[in-house]
Each structure stands twice: as C-alpha cells, then as structure tokens.
Design a protein around this ligand. Structure first.
Ligand code: 5GP
Ligand code: ZN
Length: 304
C-alpha cells in the first residue's frame, strides 16, 4: 500500500523510523533506509547534470573572510555558525580545560579559527571561478554540494540546522542566467512529477536580517530574483521549499571581480536542491517503506 496522505506520517513517526536523535534539535543521525533515498536523489540529479559542468564537493566549512567579503554578515548574521578553537600556549589551553572542569563555560576562551559553517553550497565557487580570469563567452557552469548549517533550531523535520544542499551554478551574461533558470525550473518540474510529488512554484525572498532586511526581501520579490518549488510535507502547515531558483544579478561578480571578455561584471544564478527536504517529502508522501512506493517512483530513483 502506498501512502498519499502526508498526515499519516507525522514528524514523530518519521523521526522514529528514519533518524536517531543526537541531543540537539535539527541535528540527526540518518539511518540506512533514509540515506539510500538520499543517494538515489543525488544520482538522479547527477543524471541531469549539464555535460560542461565543473564539479566541486565542498567541505562543511568555508573561509570566514570570504563569507564576510560577500556581505553575509549584513544579510543573514542570525543564521551563521562560526568555528572557534582554543588558541594560545599549552597553559592557555589547560586553563580553559580547567574552567570546564569547574563547570564554567570553556568556550569563552575560544576564538575564531577563521572558518564558518557553510550556509549555502555555492558560496565557495565564485572566488574559485574568479581565479581563472575573465569568464568565457559561453559562460561557466558548476555542480556543487556541501553540508550546510543555518542556526534555526526547530523540532520540525523540514527545518534542520545541518542539511545537504546540491546546486547547479551558472556564471555569465544576464541572458544566459535567465535561460539557465528557466530551463532548470522546467527540469525541476519534471523531476517532481516523475517522483509523484505535488508542488507549486512561488516567488520567494530570503530571510534578510533586521529592518533593512524587510526592504531587501520586498525588493527580491518585486524583481523576481528568487523562486521556490514547494511541496506539502505536513498536511497542517504550508508547503515546504524543497528547491530554489536564484538570480544574484552582479552581486558575486562585483564581490569577486568576475568579469566577461569585455570587462563587464558577470552575473550569476543558482538552482539549489534541498536534498534532505526532498527525501523527507518522498517519505511523507509515499510512506515509510520504500518497497511500497509507486513502482515508477522506485524505478526513476533506481531503487529496484
Ligand atoms: P535557500 O538558499 O534557497 O534558502 O536554500 C536552498 C534549499 O536548501 C532550500 O530550497 C531547501 O530545500 C534547503 N533548505 C533551506 N533551509 C533548510 C532547512 O532548514 N532544512 C532543510 N532540511 N533544508 C533546508
Ligand atoms: Zn546558490
């Protein structure tokens, strides 16, 4: 029997079947049953990879300086996690350890390791692209992925603090980015259909910080810079954004001096797949036993 009713699979049932708690909301150990679907989704997306795409798999951390340089602290400081470590002499480190033994907060002695937890998979690719000089006429395409972190603790299984993001990134002339985004919205639609996941597209905005952020978000919506593909994961709440289609205009071009052959600033865009949300949507929609999913869905995912 297949389960077409997402209500039947409450967060608690899914948690019990597919994850193990790790002591913090939004951070879970994933079981084999779940990871097999994650692997299958990654492979399905790889089969759609443009031939010319250059592939990078990034670690879960990136340079703090690079993130600062692109203005992340002005836009989303509330989401950022940074890596701190105990620096200094052996005596300094020992003093911090002793504070911990006395029940004090040893992390107060820790300072930045120059790293942040990557909040999106595509951020490290722009400085790498800029290293190769002007962008060629045909533009550049990348396939990137990373474990991402956003400080949004929640008990909802579609709001993780640590989640996998896969992206295709395009750098080039404005028209190239627009075409890329349109093409990917069509491909995403056919992927969702083939997985029998109900969806809607909507204009969206990022959770910009503070009062200025309200204006930035309104501007993003007005200029249609972000679309999302939303899938119902729970019957009692709004559908969840499982993929996003973003046009950054010249933001990263300006930050990294990415220019075309004529010296004009390059534009960029990305399509992001929230791998954990897509996997969750599949289980919520088709049931907890993959063997009972519709045959065509299992076939598309090569799970049988
Ligand atoms: P965006 O950069 O558009 O906010 O995120 C790209 C994609 O990452 C989203 O469409 C979504 O699928 C995924 N994502 C964003 N935030 C979360 C989250 O809190 N939990 C999970 N599991 N995925 C997320
Ligand atoms: Zn991106």
């Amino acid at each position: 029997m297949t389960c077409a009713d997402p209500v039947a699979n409450s967060d608690q049932t899914i948690l019990d079947y597919l994850f193990r708690p790790m002591g913090v909301d939004g951070v879970y150990a994933r079981t084999r049953r779940y990871e097999d679907v994650v692997d299958a989704l990654q492979s399905l997306i790889s089969r759609h990879r443009p031939d010319e795409a250059v592939v990078f798999r990034f670690p879960p951390v990136m340079s703090l300086r690079q993130l600062e340089k692109q203005g992340y602290l002005n836009s989303f400081p509330q989401l950022l996690g940074c890596v701190c470590a105990l620096h200094g002499t052996e005596a300094d480190v020992a003093a911090a350890v002793n504070r911990a033994k006395e029940g004090e907060d040893w992390t107060r002695g820790a300072t930045s390791a120059g790293l942040v937890l990557s909040p999106a998979a595509c951020y490290p690719v722009y400085p790498i692209a800029a290293e190769n000089g002007p962008v060629p006429e045909e533009g550049l395409t990348f396939d990137v992925a990373a474990d991402c972190f956003r400080h949004e603790p929640s008990k909802d299984l579609d709001r993780l603090q640590s989640f996998r993001m896969r992206e295709f990134v395009r750098i080039g002339a404005p028209a190239q980015i627009v075409v890329f985004r349109e093409q990917w919205m069509k491909i995403a639609e056919s992927i969702a259909e083939s997985l029998r996941l109900p969806f809607v597209f909507d204009r969206a905005s990022d959770p910009f910080f503070g009062r200025i952020g309200v204006l930035m978000a309104a501007n993003q919506i007005e200029q249609a810079l972000k679309f999302e593909l939303l899938i119902p994961v729970r019957a009692d709440s709004a559908p969840t954004a499982c993929m996003s289609f973003n046009y950054h205009r010249e933001h990263f071009g300006k930050t990294w001096e990415l220019v075309d052959q004529q010296g004009e600033l390059a534009h960029s865009g990305c399509v992001a797949f929230g791998i954990d949300r897509l996997a969750l949507a599949l289980f919520a929609m088709h049931g907890l036993n993959v063997e009972e999913w519709p045959g065509d869905v299992q076939e598309i995912l090569r799970l049988k």
